[in-house]
Design a protein around this ligand. Structure first.
Ligand code: NDP
Ligand code: 1BO
Ligand code: 1BO
Length: 333
């Protein structure tokens, strides 16, 4: 049966990583969570039962920031404050799973450790459960979107990974991994890694199944986390007629069907919401299954397209080095 993957072990479900550590099957995404971040993190952990939070230095939500708009000063909430509030409410740090990511400007061996140390300080933590390379492209400090000539630099993948391995050795992070990798880049990394990536995070939903890299990860025993599992805000699949039909049949919400579909494929999920009711809804995905025929029908959704092509971040059509999104993905799409 398509849903053979072991999920729902324990109260909320988790997957076992290569390292032997476990990753909770559902985590809270925080990209574009903005001023609601601390509240969302606190609600997710203290009220909805999440134990996994996904963030990144690049999201600008790890640390509280004071912003002034139209002479009015306010605080942008942050993940660190939400985690702290949850821990003050009695949740143990060791029961939480916190993921963060190394941004593209820091993809040089001598920048890895300082970047991690800043993230730890901003999150007010003394270790991370998982630290990921956010995108496998090095950007110059202050690079534009899209990048101007000379703003995409050479990326020393092996040197950066050695530094990531050092963070594990020194107990600053429990596991390391990558995001937005292709099969070609993964094979290159596997050739030199002493500590193989525990997790590969990638865009995945019925409108972008990403099977090629998913299969490569399975072959290497690398756990996959599906990002944008609802299709992100740009392509929200909650209104897809087939998803709605399956949801009605199972008496679940479209969001729950999309998340359960991903769990049954064997991936963890990190849906983002800043609405309390959706945060709670998105973790009610255990103790029931999408039947085989509906699972297969969802797999058959046509018109597969990425939401995050990387084009705005890394493509310079005139000067390169990446002149198209196809090149960003090593011609594998
Ligand atoms: P998601 O697929 O999680 O979708 C988020 C959107 O769906 C928001 O507009 C949200 O709105 C809405 N939503 C949330 N719950 C429901 C629901 N039950 N029904 C209908 N709509 C819902 O998109 P993201 O792109 O945010 O991906 C999730 C997380 O993955 C990110 O937040 C980030 O942590 C991570 N990520 C990692 C990337 C990487 O490069 N490694 C790239 C992209 C994402 P509202 O908030 O109003 O509820
Ligand atoms: C800007 C980074 C994309 C979301 O992870
Ligand atoms: C804002 C990030 C877009 C990546 O393609």
């Amino acid at each position: 049966m398509a849903s053979a993957q072991a999920v729902g072990q324990g109260e909320r479900g988790h997957f076992v990583l290569k390292s032997g550590h476990t990753i909770p099957a559902v985590g809270l995404g925080t990209w574009r969570a903005g001023s609601d971040t601390a509240h969302s993190v606190r609600t997710a952990i203290a009220e909805a039962g999440y134990r996994h939070v996904d963030t990144a230095a690049q999201y600008g939500v790890e640390k509280e920031q004071v912003v002034t708009v139209c002479r009015k000063t306010s605080c942008v909430d942050q993940v660190g404050r939400g985690l702290k509030a949850a821990m003050e409410g009695g949740i143990n740090r060791k029961d939480l799973f916190v993921t963060s990511k190394l941004w593209c400007t820091e993809l040089a061996p001598d920048r890895v450790r300082p970047a991690l140390e800043k993230t730890l300080k901003d999150l007010q933590l003394d270790y991370l459960d998982l630290y990921l390379i956010h995108w496998p492209f090095r950007l110059k400090d202050g690079a534009h979107m899209p990048p101007e000539a000379g703003e995409v630099l050479e990326f020393d993948m092996e040197g950066v990974w050695r530094e990531m391995e050092g963070l594990v050795k020194d107990g600053l992070v429990k596991d390391i991994g990558v995001c937005n990798y292709t099969v070609a880049k993964l094979n290159r990394l596997m050739r030199s890694a002493n500590v193989p990536p525990a997790v590969c995070q990638m865009e995945m939903h019925p409108g972008w199944k990403n099977d090629r890299i998913f299969e490569a990860c399975k072959k290497h025993g690398i756990h996959v986390t599906a990002y944008s599992p609802l299709g992100s805000s740009e392509k929200n699949l909650a209104h897809d007629p087939l998803v709605e039909k399956v949801a009605n049949k199972l008496d679940k919400t479209p969001g729950q069907v999309l998340l359960r579909w991903a769990l049954q494929r064997g991936t963890s999920v990190i849906p983002k919401s800043t609405r309390d009711e959706r945060i709670k809804e998105n973790i009610q995905v255990f103790g029931w299954e999408i039947p085989e025929e509906d699972f297969r029908a969802l797999c058959g959704i046509k018109d597969e397209k990425r939401v995050l092509t990387g084009e705005e971040l890394f493509v310079n059509k005139t000067h390169g080095p990446y002149k198209s999104a196809t090149e960003v993905w090593d011609h594998e799409d």
